[in-house]
Design a protein around this ligand. Structure first.
Ligand SMILES: [Zn+2]
Length: 128
């Protein structure tokens, strides 16, 4: 890679990174964990749910996340689930943007490194 090529790669990466940075500002509230729906058996011994999984009750919605390495679950109402679902989707989008930024940065690294080395060599040669 020569300095001109490195400059092109770096500029291309800066454009891609800038596009991603613009997407970041539109990401709404973010929420950790995930939503799961569960079908449960009840406490009535003679209820059909104990014999046939198709008769289990639900779906009941739970929000679950890891706290200190342990998964904790909390039941959420339907209306709260809508909020949480959107905010979780926002977080997944945010994480995806960050992942793409890391990839772009990796692409940019070699070019940035080469250009910085050339700069250092230039200023070195000016001194002598
Ligand atoms: Zn039941």
């Amino acid at each position: 890679m020569d300095a001109i090529k490195a400059q092109q790669i770096l500029e291309d990466c800066q454009k891609r990174h800038h596009t991603l940075a613009l997407q970041l500002k539109d990401v709404g509230f973010v929420w950790p964990g995930s939503l799961v729906s569960r079908y449960l058996t009840c406490g009535k011994a003679n209820c059909a749910c104990h014999k046939d999984p198709a008769f289990r009750h639900g779906p009941y919605l739970y929000w679950s996340t890891k706290v200190g390495g342990k998964t904790v679950s909390k039941s959420v109402s339907g209306s709260d689930a809508k909020i949480v679902q959107q905010w979780i989707a926002n977080r997944i989008e945010l994480e995806s943007i960050i992942e793409q930024m890391k990839e772009v940065s990796q692409d940019a690294f070699e070019a940035a490194s080469l250009l910085l080395r050339e700069d250092a060599e230039d200023s070195q040669s000016k001194k002598t």
